[in-house]
Every structure is written in structure tokens, then in C-alpha cells.
Design a protein around this ligand. Structure first.
Ligand code: C5P
Length: 407
């Protein structure tokens, strides 16, 4: 594989005995044609001298957040923008904890926070520290924010313990980096996605909305990015961090979502409507907060435009994928929507039966298209997203090449 040629890798080294192995990683990266800059935490300096990485990378090593010499050549924060990918190896338990909490009290943590590029971590610590629930929660938190967690390996540790906690070997990390830069199956394909709920204002302080968390849509955005797609994410209000690398458009109401989508449709090859769009909006929004009274109150609701149906009705339309959340008769309703909204695919799931869907971290899907179907078993939404993006990629390619449906 020659995928690392001219790639800019920022290697972060934290305080752990495995820091000496990262020197070998620098050597392998340079040999593979990458450009490498190294940032160390102050604790890392206790294990390996910066000079080692400097000699191997051919560049000065950055350690201090407040550096009087900083720097004619490269502003520190600029390093986060400079790189194509940031890898922290070894990543100590302490560093992972601070990173997951959003600390920025040293240069490397600051860069992790400032980075909009892909970030990977290679944990390395004592097996008991790795087994601790706090570490597991920190890694889960980082992973849910799209940070790649590579390893650890199991085996004999420097402290004499045996178990999981060893940093992956440099050659293994190099392979992972090469895979990251391999052109994905959706390389160059424009994917437009909607996600999350919409909010329909009643008055300046109240609104009608739904329970959509946006997790499925954001996981799809990440999976599509991973496969090399150019992703535009039109999102209703959610409490999730935007995946690094997407073009993000934040909206509130269904009308705003419709406008944003229609602007982005030209240039999009695939449209995935994952948002739980409010079907109705309040007819007359009050200009001021509605006062409480003892009387019954009636709100007049008018239907919102169906964004997905509007896109699929365009003369020049992208490949359209819809979602259907149903509480019963899944297949019947999904097939009806596929036809009625003129879709290329529909991903349907049962909600309200405890098997995933809204707000949950897991989901399972039945995917239908004209002449075919495929089940995606109950799994973490990230895994379900990966499988669905793969399926969409296959169906989209088949549709382009005029292949008949494959079940
Ligand atoms: O008809 P139903 O609302 O169940 O259809 C769900 C699908 O249609 C989802 O893909 C959803 O994102 C999309 N939709 C839309 N605009 C609406 C309502 C639903 O894009 N106003």
C-alpha cells in the first residue's frame, strides 16, 4: 500500500513506557512517505527525549503550550490544521480521561480539542487501569465522538502484569493508518443527510418536537465519511458533536430543513432522509409568550412539506433513501412509503418494542427496495450505520450501472 505518501501525520506521545515504540512508528511512517510532526506531553519527556523524535522526523518536537520561541515556522494551533490525521500513541489512561472531558491544559490536549481532522488513539496502560470502568467509559465517550480507538493488545506488560493494555505494535498502527487513507468505496460521492428532530415553534419559548436523538443520522454521516464520501449533514437540534469533516448545516424547523436540503440537492448524488421531521407546524405562531388560562386551548396545525417526497419528485434527483419508524406492520407500511414517495430504498425499524430506534444506542433495520430486501441485525447504531452505508453504496452503484435489483 502506498497510501501514506505525502500524508501529514501529527503523532502525539503521552507519558507511558510504550513511548519508546513510537520512535519506531515515526521511522516506519517516514519510510512509508509520510510527513510527521511530533507533539509530546510533559510526562512523555520523562520516558523519551524529544531529540529522538526530532532526529527521526526531521522536525522540531513540540511540547509546551506556552513557548517563547513559538514559532515563526508554525503556530501551535496551526499544527491541528496542518495534519491530515492525528494519532496519539501511546495514549495513557490519564490523557484519555482528560481528552474525554475536554481538558486543554497541555499542548497535545489543546490540539486534540482544536482538531477538525480524524483523530485516533492507541491506549497503553496497566491491565488493571484498562479494566477500570472509568477508562472504559472514557474510551466509549471518545469513540462515540468519532475518535478511532486502536487497541490495546493483550500480553505481558512492562510492569510484569499480563492482560489487555499493551499499545499495538508500530507495524500494526502503520497498517491502521494506511487503511485510513485507502480511497473508500464512496470516494468522491456527495451524500446529503438529514438527521435529528425538528422544532415547530408555538410561541417564542415553546415548541412541538419529537424524541429523535440524531444518533442514527450522525452515525450514518460518520460511516459515509469513512468510506470517502463528501458528506453534508442538515441537522435539527441535537446534543451531538458534528462529525469532523462534514459540511454541517444546523436548522430548527421543518421549513428551514427543507430550504437547506433544496439548496444542497444539486451536487448531491445520494440523499438519505434520516430526520424525524415534524409532520405539522403551528398555523399561527404567537409573537409573544402565550399566557396561561383555565380555558381549554386549541392549536391549529398545518402539514409540513414532505422533504423526502419533494426531493424524489425533482426532475434531476439524487438516489433517495428514506426511513420508516413504525409500531406495527413494518413491511407493509415501508413498502407503501417506498412506492408513494418514489424512493430507491427505505430502511424501516419497529419503534416502541424496546429493540432500539428513537433515543436508543442500538437499532435493527429491515431495508427494502424494488425487488429486494436485506435485514441488518440488532447492533450498536455505529455498526448498523456501517452496514447500511455499505448497502446504499452497492445499490447506488447498481442503479448507476443499470443493473437490475439484487435481493
Ligand atoms: O411518512 P413518514 O413521515 O413516516 O416518512 C418518513 C421518511 O420521510 C423519513 O425518511 C423522513 O426523514 C422523511 N420525511 C421528510 N419530511 C417530512 C416527513 C418525513 O423528509 N416532512
Amino acid at each position: 500500500m502506498q497510501t501514506l505518501i505525502n500524508k501529514k501525520i501529527l503523532l502525539g506521545v503521552t507519558g507511558g513506557i510504550a513511548a519508546y515504540k513510537s520512535a519506531e512508528l515515526v521511522r516506519l511512517l517516514i519510510k512509508a512517505g509520510a510527513e510527521v510532526r511530533v507533539v509530546m506531553t510533559p510526562a512523555a519527556r520523562e520516558f523519551v527525549q524529544p531529540l529522538t523524535y526530532q532526529a527521526l522526523s526531521g522536525h522540531r518536537v513540540y511540547v509546551d503550550l506556552f513557548d517563547a520561541e513559538a514559532d515563526s515556522a508554525m503556530d501551535h494551533i496551526e499544527l491541528a490544521r496542518w495534519c491530515d490525521l492525528m494519532l496519539v500513541a501511546p495514549a495513557s489512561a490519564d490523557f484519555l480521561g482528560k481528552m474525554s472531558a475536554g481538558y486543554a491544559d497541555n499542548l497535545l490536549l489543546t490540539l486534540c480539542l482544536a482538531s477538525r481532522q480524524l483523530v485516533a488513539v492507541a491506549p497503553a496502560m496497566n491491565q488493571q487501569m484498562y479494566a477500570n470502568a472509568a477508562t472504559a467509559a472514557n474510551l466509549e465517550q471518545l469513540s462515540s465522538r468519532g475518535i478511532l480507538v486502536w487497541g490495546p493488545d493483550a500480553g505481558e506488560q512492562a510492569c510484569g502484569d499480563v492482560g489487555p493494555g499493551r499499545m499495538l505494535e508500530p507495524a500494526h498502527l502503520l497498517t491502521n493508518l494506511e487503511i485510513c487513507f485507502k480511497p473508500g468505496k464512496l470516494h468522491g460521492i456527495g451524500i446529503l443527510l438529514t438527521a435529528g428532530p425538528t422544532r415547530e415553534a408555538i410561541d417564542p419559548v415553546r415548541y412541538i418536537s419529537n424524541r429523535s436523538s440524531g444518533k442514527m443520522g450522525y452515525a450514518l454521516a460518520r460511516a459515509a465519511l469513512h468510506e470517502g464520501a463528501e458528506v453534508t449533514l442538515v441537522s435539527g437540534p441535537v446534543s451531538l458533536a458534528p462529525p469532523a469533516g462534514v459540511k454541517m448545516i444546523s436548522v430548527e424547523s421543518a421549513a428551514e430543513m427543507l430550504d437547506a436540503v433544496m439548496q444542497e440537492v444539486p451536487g448531491s448524488d445520494v440523499f438519505i432522509a434520516c430526520a424525524a421531521v415534524s409532520d405539522y407546524r403551528v398555523d399561527q405562531q404567537a409573537d409573544h409568550k402565550i399566557k396561561k388560562s383555565t380555558q381549554t386551548m386549541t392549536l391549529d396545525l398545518v402539514p409540513n412539506t414532505d422533504i423526502l417526497a419533494a426531493v424524489s419528485a425533482l426532475a434531476e434527483r439524487p438516489f433517495c433513501v428514506g426511513f420508516a419508524a413504525e409500531t406495527r406492520d413494518l413491511e407493509k407500511y415501508a413498502l407503501d412509503k417506498l412506492k408513494r414517495k418514489n424512493l430507491d430504498m427505505i430502511a424501516a425499524n419497529l419503534v416502541g418494542d424496546g429493540s432500539g430506534g428513537f433515543e436508543a444506542d442500538v437499532n435493527r433495520l429491515e431495508v427494502f427496495w424494488d425487488g429486494g430486501e436485506h435485514s441488518i441485525a440488532l447492533a450498536d447504531k455505529r455498526e448498523v450505520a456501517k452496514q447500511l452505508i455499505e448497502l446504499i453504496g452497492e445499490r447506488y452503484t447498481d442503479a448507476l450501472s443499470g443493473n437490475p435489483s439484487k435481493a
